[in-house]
Structure formats: C-alpha cells, structure tokens
Design a protein around this ligand. Sequence first.
Ligand SMILES: NC(=O)C1=CN([C@@H]2O[C@H](COP(=O)(O)OP(=O)(O)OC[C@H]3O[C@@H](n4cnc5c(N)ncnc54)[C@H](OP(=O)(O)O)[C@@H]3O)[C@@H](O)[C@H]2O)C=CC1
Ligand SMILES: O=C(O)CCC(=O)C(=O)O
Length: 447
Amino acid sequence: MQDKINTFMDEVRSRNGHEPEFLQAVQEVAETVIPYIASQEIYNGKNILLRMVEPERAITFRVPWVDDDGEIHVNRGYRIQMNSAIGPYKGGLRFHPTVDMSILKFLAFEQTFKNSLTTLPMGGGKGGADFDPKGKSDDEIMRFCHSFMSELFRHIGPNTDIPAGDIGVGGREIGFLFGMYRKLRNEFTGVLTGKGLTWGGSLIRPEATGYGTVYFAENMMKTKNDSFDGKTVVISGSGNVAQFAAEKALHLGAKVVTLSDSSGYILDEDGIDEEKLEFVMTLKNEKRGRISEYIDTYSNAKFFEGETPWEVPCDIALPCATQNELNGEDAQKLLENGCICVSEGANMPSMPEAIAEFHKAKILFAPGKASNAGGVATSGLEMSQNSLRMSWSSEEVDNKLKDIMNDIHEKCLEYGDDGNGFTDYVKGANIAGFVKVADAMLAQGVV
Ligand SMILES: NC(=O)C1=CN([C@@H]2O[C@H](COP(=O)(O)OP(=O)(O)OC[C@H]3O[C@@H](n4cnc5c(N)ncnc54)[C@H](OP(=O)(O)O)[C@@H]3O)[C@@H](O)[C@H]2O)C=CC1
Ligand SMILES: O=C(O)CCC(=O)C(=O)O
C-alpha cells in the first residue's frame, strides 16, 4: 500500500514540487484515502484522487490600489476553484503577506473535504491576496477591497462561487467587497457570506467557527464520558475563531488561560473571563491592537514574546491561529503536561509530526477539516436564508450548527475506527469527506 501512496505522491510532487503546504495537505489525505480506495471496487481505476488534487480553475490577477499618501501599490489576487462536483465553489478569502498558490491550494483542497462533511451542497474554493492589512487605514482597506472585487466579480456568483472571510478578512472587508460586487453586477444576491445582519448576513456566522470547534471537542469528550466543565483550555490566536472558541469554552464551564497573535502569547492564570474576553474583542476587532496590550490592563497576566502557548499545562488545546503553528515538540510538551484533547480551529495548524505524537498517545485529536467546519456550514445556512429571503433566529441557527457538528462527529466515528477501539478522526474525516465528492464525480463522468 505504501508503494501506491508513494507513486501517487511522486506524481503530485512532479507537478507541484514548489508548493510545500499543498503537498503536506495532499499527503495527509493520500495516506488514509488511498487504502480506502483500494478496498472499494467502484473507485478502482478511476483516478479520482488525482483528479481531485488538480484545481478545476486557478485564477490570478493584478490588484492595484492607492494608499493614503497617493502612492500606488500592486498586489496579487487569487481564486482557486478546486472542486464543484457537489455544489458551487465555497470558501474564504485570506489577506496576508504569506498568501501564495501553495497556501491557497492547500486551503482549497481541505475545503473540498470539509464542505462535503457539512452535508450541505457546497464545493471547495479559496482565494485571497498577498496584501497585509496590518497598519492600513479603513480607507486603504476599502480601496484595496474595491480593486480586488473589480476583477473577482466576473468569476463568482451566488450559483457559481461564494467567497467569505478567512485570516485578515472579516465583517469590514466583506462589506467593502459586497458593495463593489453589487455595484458592478447591479444585483443584490447572496454572493458572499459573513455579511452584516442588516444586508443579508446570518446570526451566529461570526461565532460559528469557534463555537463549532468547541462543539466538536465536546462531542469527542463525551465519548470518554467527560466534558469541558472545570477544564483548563489553551487557545492560540486572538482573531475571529479564537475569540468565539474562548467564549464557548467559557459557556461550558472551562477556564481559558491563553490567547496569542504572531508576536507571542499572553498567559492569564486567573482565567480570561467574559469581561476580559470583551476587552480582547474590542482590542482586536475595533482598535486593531496587539495581544501584548492585554497585560497593560490585566497586570497579573504575562506576555511571552515570540513564543507559542503549547508549553502551558492544559487539559484541552485549541489551535486557532494558522497553519503549521504546532510542531512535534509542542505536541510532546502538551502530552507531558496532561493534555487529553486537541480540536483544530485553524486549518492544518498541527504539523504531521505533531499529529503522529497525538495518535501515538491515543488522545482525542480532531483535524480542522472536521472540527472547524462549523464556519462554512453556517455560511451554507446564510446562503439558504438568502435564497429563501428570510432570516432565522440565533437559536435556530445555533441548533442547526450543533446538529451539523454532531453529524460530522458521527461520520468520523463511522469511518475512523482503527479496529482497536480508537477513533482516528483524521482518517474518519478524510474518508467521509472523500466518499460524497467521489460518488458525485463518478456519477458525472470524466469532466
Ligand atoms: N474565519 C472563519 O470562519 C474560519 C477560519 N478558519 C481558520 O482559522 C484560522 C484563524 O482565522 P481567523 O480567526 O478567521 O483569522 P483572523 O484574521 O481573525 O485571526 C488570525 C489570528 O491568527 C494569528 N496569526 C495569523 N498568522 C499567524 C502566524 N503566522 N503566526 C502566529 N499567529 C498568526 C493572527 O495574529 P496577527 O494579528 O499577529 O497576524 C490572529 O490572532 C485560520 O487558519 C483560518 O483559515 C477556519 C475555518 C473558518
Ligand atoms: O464560510 C466560508 O465560506 C469560508 C470558511 C473557510 O474559509 C474555511 O472553512 O476555512
């Protein structure tokens, strides 16, 4: 079997050798899905996985914009339309200086499996730009978003491709992007999700990725007759996903002790309670400050510059910042300190060596494509509300979100059983996500 996997990876590497994050994401899927394909007669000889690693379309474009001093800048914009076998392309936009083909192809590939897991009819896509929003004024962000959409609009649509937020793209950016789309198309449609509540957005979409990550972890803990109540939780990141993961962990009775950004992490051993979390939300979402400023207000807390929070003892770890933020040594530290559950809020935050450590120790480990699927699932619910021209209450959306996270967990249990009573959630998520897309591709022929 390893030969088959190696041959497949050699072929993928020969075309994409300069794309390390993409190869990492494909390798993880290949290791679990190729043995499954080999065991299923219907998939044999169809080269389905090889077709799935090739984007249906990859668009790059120029994004020129003018800063507040009148200087002209040029960034590169992207949209990867990965797979539309089960529905229109769906996935976020990332604005970050590290954005390139490798990052976006890994994200779009993961998105295809994730969206399939949600049970909603959404294909996989991802996009963004190598633009750094840090330190830019609201006007500069607006001009950038307008320029970005003045090209992207011709490639997307409510039945074709529906972008949303990701790192560096939140409610403010979605507003500017939507405004330009609406003007250019002269139509009001649900072409983007994560919209404001007064113009087509869904209640609970801002909360959904973080809440869903915790709901998934709660489901995993239940399999051990355990819960969040009284547990110590370590979280990385302090953006959208981290903030609402922290909020839901607090609701469930846990003590959250860390948050971070790319400068380092804060440790508050007294716990980041609701009031302190509100302070972080204002600091990050309105003042656009740094997490280190937390200790200016809460002097009992400490800031660890340039460090990640995985050295802090905890029961549950929620990596909610970015890809490859947790390495093999970090995983060992978490395990030595008694961590029993890791639920990924970010996309691919754990490096392969870290996942190997978690699996060796047989702790509860959820890959992002399962545990952070609540965000895109709620985007799917926003699309449904837009099509129906109605809006559901917070309670209705939250209940649907919980049901979807339960379903994904059940699918992981079904496909992830290793035969010895251990659930390999990576295997479960990969195979369950693959089956729906592969069956649709088989039914539709070679297109
Ligand atoms: N938003 C959503 O609905 C979804 C998001 N995700 C994933 O969750 C993760 C976080 O996204 P989101 O919260 O929306 O993004 P935000 O932009 O709101 O926040 C990102 C956070 O991660 C930190 N971060 C970014 N890059 C790095 C880095 N290289 N090293 C350390 N910290 C870093 C940021 O710090 P700083 O400000 O210093 O850059 C910030 O605290 C991403 O992996 C994203 O793909 C997954 C599913 C849905
Ligand atoms: O809500 C969406 O469409 C985007 C979510 C996303 O980008 C992700 O799941 O990584």
